[in-house]
Design a binder for this molecule. Sequence first.
Ligand code: AMP
Ligand code: MG
Length: 352
Amino acid sequence: METEIIKIGQDCVSSEDEKGLMRAGEILRMGGLVAFPTETVYGLGGNALNPEVSVKIYAAKGRPLDNPLIIHINKFEDIYQIVKEMPEAAVKIGEAFWPGPLTMILYKAEKVPYETTGGLDTVAVRFPSHPAARKLIEYGGGFVAAPSANASGKPSPTRAKHVVEDMDGRIEMIVDGGEVGIGVESTIIDMTVEPPRILRPGYITQEMLERVLGEVAIDVTMMRDDSGEAPRAPGMKYRHYAPSGSLVIVEGEPGQVADYINAQADLDNKAGEKTGILGTREQLEQYHADVIKCIGSREDEAAVARNLFAALREFDEEKVTKIYSESFPTQGLGQAIMNRLLKAAGHCVVKV
Ligand code: AMP
Ligand code: MG
């Protein structure tokens, strides 16, 4: 299949943008697949209410069939069509954080096919804020299933070129809206349990949710995998976001982290490996390896989140086989950053 790529402006206000998005919406209504920017990462969209389309999404990504999709809406009230009941607490967080990078899990209405929910009686719903995403959802019929637009297991796409790498020839269209703003996927909160439980940390932090809801639980399997608990979100059990090379997170005092990483990289180089280091600006000068990537300043968590997936993909481009990364504190947005990094590393952490 030939994949058409269209470019749109950041706020997509020109008539060209409008025409392009209408055409993209038409593709969705005809049962085709369109990748598009959201405020978090690029999504791979298809009509969420058509079971055959959901099956096509899984196939394009190479995604296991029991890893459910998130349904994207463009109007708050549309959620009532796809959920069985809407608890008061869900209304509250919708009013507080939508449109925005928050996904709620609720019991599904009958019209949501099991193909979209990976066989579950619950459905994940998100109302994004990105202007292009919102228009596309509207033109595409109002209910767009959209997992991240990466091949299953790879880092999520934060630029259109990442989508091209993974999806060219597999979907009808890619809407190129430039680099996304947030860079890690939406926060997922399960509203079918008491207290509500975060299944995936994201830009909307536990603290922000607690301010609206009171107590909010977070799964221990998010930050560690030695808890012995079964993962609650089906997607949590799969290795994710992973570069081709092995990734090790090194935790400790900055000087010792640098000493350890440099010594390991030396050994790896002698063994014929190509080495890479993912570090923050404050510590970058201390490192030596074949490829050194700056993920941003330690003081600027938003930049770290925004750059993380792109940096992991760049190591692949440069064919790095052994990667070492600094570790990050796990408060606020740091929870999302460390969750993605731990998954990318297959939870391989060295404490020095
Ligand atoms: P992605 O859109 O690729 O970032 O993946 C969507 C994530 O949402 C997956 O990890 C799913 O496990 C999670 N998800 C979607 N629907 C549900 C659901 N009904 N219950 C729990 N998790 C869900
Ligand atoms: Mg994903």
